[in-house]
Write a protein that binds this ligand. Structure first.
Ligand code: PLP
Length: 369
C-alpha cells in the first residue's frame, strides 16, 4: 500500500524562513510574555481581521474560555451541539449552562428560527459556531441579540480569513474566537485569538491571559495563563505570509473533489455560500445511505482499507459526550443528530496532490451501490 493519506497535514513555512524569523529571539532571549513577535502578529491580525483589538492566546480553547469569562455572563448560553468539544466545554467550565439549539439543514450552523423559543430570563448570551467554511445567519442572530440584550460570541475556529459581504468575519458579534491549531487553515503550532471591538473587553482579556496582573504590584483579577509564546507567534508570522497561497491551493483541492464527486447519487457536497469568500478549510460530505447504498461508517472503513483517513466531524454531538451523560437530550436537536451520523470530512490540506483527490473520488464512486 502506498503512503497513507491523513485527514489533514499541517502547513509549514520552509525551515529557512522559520529560522530567519526566530533569529532575533535567540539574540534577545525573550521567548514569551508578549514579546516582539507577539506584538507584530497581533498587529498584523488586527489589520487582516479589520477589528479594534486582537488578543493572542495559547490556543483556541483558552481564547474561548477567557473570551466568555471576560463577558461576565450568567445563567444560560444558547449554543449548538454540532461542534468540537471545545465550544461546549468552554461554556460549562465557566460555570454556565449550555442550551442546545438545533442546526440548519443547509449550513449546519445554528437554526436561527429556533433560537427565540430557547430564550429564558436566565439567558445571557448566544454562542454560535461557523461550521466548516459556512457562516451563521449573522443578521438574524444580531437582530435577536439586540431584541433580548444578549451578548454574541462566535466560535469562528473554522473561518479564519473569511469575509461576508466584503467584511471580515471577525467584525460580527461582540467577539469572535479563532483557533490557530496545527490542523487549521492558518496555524501558530498551537494558538488562538479573540477578536473584538470594545477596548475595555480587550483590557480584561489581556489581564485574564496573564494571571490577572495589571502591573508589578497590582493583581486585581483571578486570571489564568494563556499567553502565546514567541516561537508560536513567529510561526504565525511566517504562515501569514503564505495565507493567500494556502487558501488558493485548498480551493484547487475543493474544486477537484467537487468535479470528481459530481453526480454521485446520495452524497451531499457543500457549496460556498453567497456573499462569502471561503477559506476551504474542510471538505465534508454527507452520505445518504438509502441512495448511496452504504452508510457513512462503511464508507469511512473502505477508505481506511485503502490507506485514506477521514474523520467523523462532528460526531458524536457534544451533548452526547460521556462527561455530560444524562444531562442533555440529543433528540431535542434531531437535525444535528441526523447529520452527525452521516457526515464525513475527507482529507483536506493545501499540499494534497490532485491525483490523490481523484484516487479518493474513484474509491468513493466505485463503492457506490
Ligand atoms: C479547533 C477548534 C476549537 C479549539 O481550538 P484549539 O486551538 O484546538 O484549542 C474550538 N472550536 C472549534 C469549532 C474548533 O474546530
Amino acid at each position: 500500500m502506498s503512503n497513507p493519506i491523513l485527514v489533514t497535514r499541517s502547513s509549514m513555512p520552509s525551515l529557512n524562513e522559520y529560522v530567519d524569523e526566530i533569529k532575533d529571539i535567540f539574540d534577545s532571549h525573550w521567548m514569551t510574555n508578549m514579546g516582539v513577535k507577539h506584538q507584530e502578529l497581533e498587529k498584523k491580525l488586527k489589520e487582516l481581521l479589520e477589528v479594534e483589538g486582537v488578543q493572542l492566546m495559547v490556543n483556541g480553547h483558552m481564547a474561548l474560555e477567557l473570551g466568555i469569562q471576560a463577558m461576565n455572563l450568567t445563567g444560560e448560553v444558547i449554543t449548538t451541539p454540532y461542534t468540537f468539544a471545545s465550544t461546549t466545554h468552554a461554556i460549562v467550565r465557566n460555570g454556565l449552562e449550555p442550551v442546545f439549539c438545533d442546526i440548519d439543514p443547509k449550513t449546519y450552523t445554528m437554526d436561527v428560527s429556533k433560537i427565540e423559543e430557547l430564550i429564558t430570563d436566565r439567558t445571557s448570551a448566544i454562542m454560535p459556531v461557523h461550521v466548516y467554511g459556512n457562516i451563521c445567519n449573522i443578521e438574524e442572530i444580531e437582530r435577536i441579540a439586540r431584541k433580548y440584550s444578549l451578548k454574541v460570541i462566535y466560535d469562528a475556529a473554522h473561518t479564519f480569513g473569511e469575509t461576508y459581504k466584503g467584511k471580515s468575519i471577525a467584525q460580527f458579534g461582540d467577539a469572535s474566537m479563532f483557533s490557530f491549531h496545527a490542523t487549521k487553515a492558518f496555524n501558530t503550532i498551537e494558538g488562538g485569538a479573540v477578536a473584538y471591538h470594545n477596548s475595555e473587553y480587550g483590557l480584561d482579556l489581556a489581564r485574564l491571559k496573564n494571571f490577572g496582573i495589571r502591573n508589578e504590584e497590582l493583581v486585581d483579577y483571578v486570571g489564568s495563563n494563556a499567553k502565546m509564546n514567541e516561537f508560536s507567534a513567529a510561526m504565525g508570522l511566517c504562515n501569514l505570509r503564505h495565507l493567500d497561497e494556502e487558501i488558493e491551493k485548498r480551493h484547487k483541492v475543493y474544486d477537484a473533489y467537487r468535479s470528481g464527486l459530481a453526480g454521485v447519487e446520495g452524497l451531499h457536497i457543500f457549496e460556498v455560500q453567497k456573499d462569502v469568500t471561503s477559506n476551504y478549510a474542510y471538505f465534508p460530505i454527507v452520505v445518504d445511505e438509502n441512495v448511496y447504498g452504504h452508510t457513512r461508517n462503511e464508507l469511512k472503513n473502505i477508505l481506511e482499507e485503502h490507506g485514506i483517513f477521514s474523520r467523523k466531524y462532528f460526531y458524536p454531538l457534544t451533548s452526547a459526550f460521556d462527561c455530560y451523560h444524562g444531562k442533555y437530550d440529543v433528540n431535542k436537536t434531531p437535525i444535528a443528530l441526523h447529520y452527525s451520523k452521516r457526515v464525513l470530512a475527507l482529507p483536506m490540506y493545501s499540499d494534497l496532490a490532485l491525483e490523490d483527490v481523484s484516487k479518493i473520488c474513484n474509491i468513493i464512486i466505485e463503492f457506490a451501490n
